[in-house]
Design a protein around this ligand. Sequence first.
Ligand SMILES: [Zn+2]
Ligand SMILES: [Zn+2]
Length: 413
Amino acid sequence: METLACGHVAHPGARRVCPHMLNPAENEDVAYVRLLAGNGLDGDLCCLDCDRDGDPELTVVCEGCVALYDDDESGYFEGWRGEPGVVERPEPVDGTVTATPLPGPVLDLAPLPSPHGEPSWLVLGEDGQWLLRLSPRDTAYHRVCPVAVPAEANAQRRLHVSPDGRFAAVVNDRGRFGRVYDLASGKATIKLDGGTYHCDQVPLSLVFFRYAGSTLVAHRTDWNRLDISDPATGQLLTGRAQDRIAGLFHGELRVSPDGRWIADDSWAWAPAGIPYVWDLRRWAGDNVWESDDGPSRQRLCQRFYFWNEPMCWIGDSLLAVSGIGADDEAMLPGARIFDAETGLELNTFAGPSGALFSAGRRLYAAGADGLTIWDPFTGERTGTVPGFVPTHQHRDAGVLAAIRDGQLLTWAY
Ligand SMILES: [Zn+2]
Ligand SMILES: [Zn+2]
């Protein structure tokens, strides 16, 4: 074993560093970039001065010194340079996108149970005044019930539907108000109020889920408070005192397909996005505080100035989180895969960008140029559907969907 430039007799590290980063213990404050060179996320490190001057002199140091930078013990990571590596493993893809004319304008849509495989949708239409049903081969919408949600400036109307198709919610994302509807009776069963404090920074947190044979709804009742209610009666199921509630702003909520886990794209002052996951069954069944400080809560990562970003569940226990990096200015398009139970990051790979969807053992990313398909367990790209940029998924029917020019575009995965 030789003596390396860092002064240690040790194994050489996989990444090289510029002359100003040779001694990580003495250079704790050095700001640096990673020089990607087409080999996954691997890249040499150089300080901002060397990056500015170009063509830095790079030297091998020991793996322990490299690890101090990798583990954020030394230095401040400022950004990526160059291009990451993306490994291709092509699989056959039928890229046929089916276009169906819509009977009328759509503000949003959500999947209804479709046991026979052809997708039925609930549609928020007629200027957001009606919930409508669209069944396969329909040439007209069927009115389900009228909608009366207070209008709010700069908010965006959004539709949610319960997994069993019995309840829907129409909410003002980046606003305060919404309503839960029982679609059988057309009655508004819950008047949602997420509070006003910085509500313009996040969607109006809401998700339906199944628990012990019933449909329940989790929703924000203040900037830092989530509750569970019974959408049939409006009854609050998680009543509790205010004093133990954490100082996190709740954001988009996503429930794993089996209803076991819930992910919250929350943020907190610096500001930073800090996604959490916790055990939804414990919250609904055992511990009303589970969403605040329950033992199953796992903090996944922290990203300054970065939330409201794509995430999706892969299978029942893995969460894919979009973006690799610690703040919005040093963010590389890619996916980080976390295990819900342990909070551990199992895989990280560059490439996926845009809205994320998943089915089986594949991750789908709706990038600006079209859909890319990934094996989230290896990080390999297995296919593309150029030009198709889906916004919705219909799990029963096995399709991804987009609305464009008055048409519903679907692609079967
Ligand atoms: Zn340097
Ligand atoms: Zn060393």
